[in-house]
Unconditional design. Sequence first.
Length: 320
Amino acid sequence: MTETLGSTGEFGLIAAVTKGFPQGEDVLVGPGDDAAVVAVPDGRMVITTDLLVEGRHFRRDWSSAYDVGRKAAAQNLADVVAMGARPTALVVGFGAPTDLPTAWAVELSQGLADEADLLGVSIVGGDTVQSDKVVVSVTAFGSLDGRRPVLRSGARPGDEVAVAGRLGWAEAGFAVLTRGFRSPRSVVDAHRRPQPPYAEGPRAAIAGASAMCDVSDGLIADLRHIAEASQVVIDVRSQALAVPEPLEAVAAATGLDALTFVLTGGEDHALVGTFEPADVPDGWTVVGSVAEGNQDLPAGTVTVDGAAYAAPAGHAHFAS
């Protein structure tokens, strides 16, 4: 008989998932007490939280529990590095029906642990609760290691806009899956399990990035966050954006536009930043520029090739 969360129980589940969580040198007290204790050598801590809700952010017939765990950790770790910080610890909240197989929850925890291990990050605690559907909440912590945080509000006229990481792959995968297909495998895997360029966040901060954001809602949508916070205008040059062959293949098969995947697709968790031209790090691709607002293009505007982008700019969480 399949063991479920109902038969395993809360504390049995906690014991099953936490035994595989190694603890790093920043952790002074790990799982097992009322709260964890994590060292903050810098005196400041970067903190971020994201939720994944079954049916909204993932489907169990599309993604394995391991994939969901990797994705849940990745989207939080990407937010930390987008501040120019070094991730140090994760706390996980988990809600699920009592008939969920215990093995599914254990596999989820392994995905979380493996993604965190890429950066030497510790999972230091969390909570479990019964719910009608699977919900995963991850809170990530990070250290600035003496650096200033890289905010969205620092972009300046004359800066260049540059990107590190993949754009549009996860969105192409979503387009494939919603049509009942499972190929190209590369884009489907990108939807299931993002690959953020973790090392590039701290590198960009050290290089002098004036503003930075992870691309979770879409390039244009997230650049708009920077433009609004910085009170500038940002123009994206479409010819500078790479449109890989798998995205072209999906666009041809679905009747969609491959460039739209790149401009508006989220969940790849690439990094986009603004830099003085001489400060753009090696490996980043310059895709646009920053200018002052004017009567025709007020501050907070993002354009593509000098013109307003008419289509939806990316994901909006409470849009109908």
